[in-house]
Write a protein that binds this ligand. Structure first.
Ligand code: THU
Length: 138
């Protein structure tokens, strides 16, 4: 199977951005997550009047994938309605870190579909991983 190109994945993130529910910020975000088996899960940001209940586009995509049995991810594309490229927030990076390794690729696009590509290790070089946690009974 031909590896999905960054541009194709970004196009899917742009399409997902159209579904954003963001009446409070007015900022639309779409994400497209490529799994190891070639499946793509998309997501958008879904805001809530409680503000804290808001879920980002990236986590929407991860939750969709995991809840349908996928846990191995290759790349994510993010598309935002603003001029600056869509860099996932710290919470989304932490959330992704549960399932990705340092070579995972992030394609971060802006409203004009210009994008910057990062590896996970570039974007979050020092990450809090489960190995750091001392578990009771060990
Ligand atoms: N947002 C995302 O969807 N992804 C990010 O990584 C950053 C922020 C959303 C959350 C909220 O709906 C809006 O963008 C403004 O923060």
């Amino acid at each position: 199977m031909k590896e999905m190109q960054d541009r194709d994945l970004l196009r899917q993130a742009v399409a997902a951005r159209a579904f954003a529910y963001s009446p409070y910020s007015g900022y639309q975000v779409g994400a497209a997550l490529l799994c190891e088996d070639g499946t793509v899960y998309t997501g958008c940001n879904v805001e809530n009047i409680s503000y804290g209940g808001t879920i980002c586009a990236e986590r929407t995509a991860v939750v969709k994938a995991v809840s349908e049995g996928r846990q191995k991810f290759v790349k994510i594309a993010v598309s935002v309605s603003g001029e600056e490229p869509g860099i996932p927030c710290g919470l989304c990076l932490q959330f992704l870190s549960e399932f990705v390794d340092s070579e995972f690729i992030l394609i971060c696009g802006n409203c004009r579909d210009e994008y910057t590509v990062y590896s996970f290790k570039e974007i979050l070089p020092a990450v809090f991983r489960s190995a750091a946690v001392h578990k009771a009974g060990e």
